[in-house]
Write a protein that binds this ligand. Structure first.
Ligand code: HEM
Length: 337
């Protein structure tokens, strides 16, 4: 319920409710806009609002008129991009953007730490004011630990959900029969929207988020000697021994293609370390699509935009898998205020 409140109340404040302000600067000719970068801003804002109860207004050009918001947003984005590049060059990570990486990390850290101190989150009187964050604060011994936990959830919740939205809207504007059904459902049903919920869950399969899993690679470290029942070698018959401390990299991207594997589809993973934000993400995606289609009922594929066969889209791999061609749509001109 808390999450719902944060999402619903704040959305209209700085999201699609304020759609003239949000979309106007991005609109190209004929009401054409790439929604993908906006979805990244939106999910940064909603996840921050959920975590800290604080708006950073990354979706608004003026950042809510606060320099600290702007600095945080820019630094967080740059830090994350650098992180991915450093991750890719493995042992040589320290060679990439050493000084600038430290600088953006420290701006990002300071922003969250200031908030922790400002709200006195770690004092015993902090109580139950902020729900999630209080519970986390009680578990974390130091400010740095609490800061890192918060940033971890921000990282986990933001890009994944933005990519999910982007792939789904790309799909909807390319499949008018599905889009029409969603529109009809939004108009006719108040309350549970089974069809849209189905699309969101299934898009991860049908629209081949099976093919384009939002988290394409993941890894786990063996805490003890472990035997995996089948190896990844071509015949996949023999077991494989994993020594203690060794890292096993799983590729959801590859596994989805292996028809004979039972647990092949796990966009949120499973077990004790499964995604904590699954419900939040599904609700956020559902809500955003409903609000988008309510605000822009005529949204469609722009003229001249490629309508490629599902499965042949260009992709971009960072920590997540996004559309390399973005999510360009024609909003359909009717930007009523
Ligand atoms: C469509 C959106 C999302 C997808 C596909 C997704 C997927 C995943 C996956 C695959 C993992 C790794 C689990 C593992 O390694 O076992 C994960 C972890 C996690 N996710 Fe999500 N996620 C999404 C949205 C979110 C959101 C919105 C939040 C929070 C607001 C969130 C919070 C987390 C956290 C905290 C973890 C770490 C859990 C742990 O290590 O115990 N996720 N997610």
């Amino acid at each position: 319920e808390n999450v719902k409140m944060v999402l619903f109340e704040n959305f209209d404040d700085y999201g699609f409710g304020d759609r003239r302000a949000v979309f106007a600067p991005f609109l190209g000719s004929g009401g054409v806009v790439d929604l993908q970068p906006l979805f990244f801003n939106l999910t940064l804002d909603t996840t921050m609002a959920m975590l800290l109860g604080k708006l950073v207004y990354s979706l608004r050009i003026d950042n809510g008129n606060e320099d600290s918001n702007r600095a945080f947003v820019e630094s967080f984005i740059t830090a994350q991009e650098s992180l991915v590049k450093r991750f890719r060059i493995a042992f040589f990570y320290f060679l990439y953007a050493f000084l600038s990486f430290r600088r953006v990390c420290s701006t990002t850290h300071r922003f969250v730490e200031d908030y922790i101190h400002e709200r006195n989150l770690q004092s015993s009187e902090a109580g139950e004011l902020y729900g999630f964050i209080d519970k986390l604060a009680q578990k974390c011994g130091t400010t740095a630990e609490l800061r890192d936990q918060l940033l971890n959830v921000l990282l986990a919740g933001r890009d994944t959900t933005a990519c999910c939205l982007s792939w789904i809207v790309r799909f909807l504007v390319r499949h008018s029969e599905v889009m029409d059904r969603v529109r009809t459902e939004i108009v006719s049903v108040l309350g549970k929207m089974w069809y849209l919920a189905f699309i969101i869950k299934e898009s991860m399969k049908i629209f081949r988020l099976r093919l384009y899993p939002l988290v394409p690679l993941n890894n786990k470290t063996a805490m003890r000697i472990t035997i995996l029942p089948t190896s990844s070698r071509p015949n996949r018959k023999s077991p494989i021994l994993v020594k203690r401390g060794k890292v096993v990299i799983m590729s959801q991207y590859e596994i989805d293609e292996l028809k004979d594997i039972g647990w092949a589809y796990f966009p949120f993973n499973g077990g004790p370390r499964a995604c904590l934000g699954e419900d939040f993400a599904i609700m956020e995606v559902l809500y955003t699509i409903v609000r988008l289609l309510q605000s822009f009922p005529l949204v469609k594929l722009p003229v001249g935009e490629k309508n490629e066969v599902v499965g042949s889209e260009k992709q971009r791999l960072t920590l997540v898998l996004s559309s390399a061609d973005g999510c360009r749509v024609n909003l359909g001109q009717s930007i009523a205020s």
